[in-house]
Design a protein around this ligand. Sequence first.
Ligand code: GRG
Length: 298
Amino acid sequence: MDFSSLNQCLSTYRERVRAALDARLPAPTMEPRHLHEAMRYAVLNGGKRVRAVLVYAAGITLGAPLVRLDAPACAVEMIHAYSLVHDDLPAMDNDDLRRGQPTCHRAFDEATALLAGDALQALAYEVLVSEKAGLPENRCAEMVRTLASASGSLGMAGGQAIDLAAVGTPLSLQALENMHRHKTGALIRASVRLGALSGDAEDADRTEALDTYASAVGLAFQIRDDILDIEGDTATIGKKSGADIARNKPTYPAVIGIEAAKLKAQELHAAALRCLDTFGTEADPLRWLSEFIVNRPS
Ligand code: GRG
């Protein structure tokens, strides 16, 4: 697929994954209705779809057929939505607003939100293994392993545990980066890897270059998130601004200052672009996405 701009690429892939998610989520009329409504609410109520777009962009860069990328794109968005639902629960961040709307447990109830997150996680793997779209069995297994390890205790869930334990505790820059790389970076890295595994993943140099790109944009994504918590307003970012400061959470601006955090994000963007030097225009969407990630308004 040829795009001439970031906006064209974002709108095409966002609409594609929205339709793909809609088709794969249980119908709201199917029992248990309340749970299925909550799952659909958590997934379909907006979001930038950065992770899904990274799956498409990385896959296309390595020559994957577009139709093969729908299942992994849906799977990462389901895992992401589950993490947001659980993160917003009273036992964790106790947030009322997500994507500009009441959080799942506010719109439904706590038990339903907990179950919706659980069921979304299960559905992500079901989708991933049910739609191989011509992929060999071992590649499919590697995709499941990639997503599971990025989501588990050595990935996103582990990062969340480090985050919860660190509230109110001063962290070194190294410890902060370690937390960010797990909590947010792992799933972003997995998104690029899933795209690559759907294409010509036998080319070790190119897949390694994409992995290094993903590590850089994953960290940049979280640094931008930390900056937006300070500079964004609630209406634009769709969640309460200033929440990190109010909760005394360790963030990049808190540890190194806001200007140094901005500089760090730009350095990571430049590093991400360098990883793509050996690629041609097929990697343009990945280049645009890196820029979007460090400059995004929400
Ligand atoms: C509960 C297992 C578990 C993990 C939660 C990712 C995470 C771990 C919590 C989210 C908390 C948070 C707000 C982290 C900051 C970075 C982040 C993941 C922001 C939300 O992602 P976006 O901006 O969201 O891509 P949209 O709504 O655009 O999809």
